[in-house]
Design a protein around this ligand. Sequence first.
Ligand SMILES: [Zn+2]
Length: 118
Amino acid sequence: MSGTNWPKATHRFFYTDPGQGESVFFDSEEERDNAMADAISAYCDEGWSEEVDQIFAGVVSHTVEKCDVQTKPAPCAEHPDHDYGDNDCEACIAWDEFPNHEFDEVCNYKAVPFESAA
Ligand SMILES: [Zn+2]
């Protein structure tokens, strides 16, 4: 079986089996359908387990990607205390505008359609 545990642009067809706590992703609908049929069959031992009807399937449309990445600017060498007053010191302004100096990098995340994902 060529399923993966994570969606890729080439593996968008999935089924989810909450009873097993997993989703499996495939590169074709046919492969997914076959694997899903196997997963369904696995719930029949001596009668059907109730968990069988929790299985569902679909096609991934979006994933989440990092965006708006900002790297922490170097502190201004001329104004180490950032007391630049009324000067338009670009290095100080860049330092001030960085949202949180505890981090070397800040960013956001957003949903992106899978077609354009790398
Ligand atoms: Zn400065």
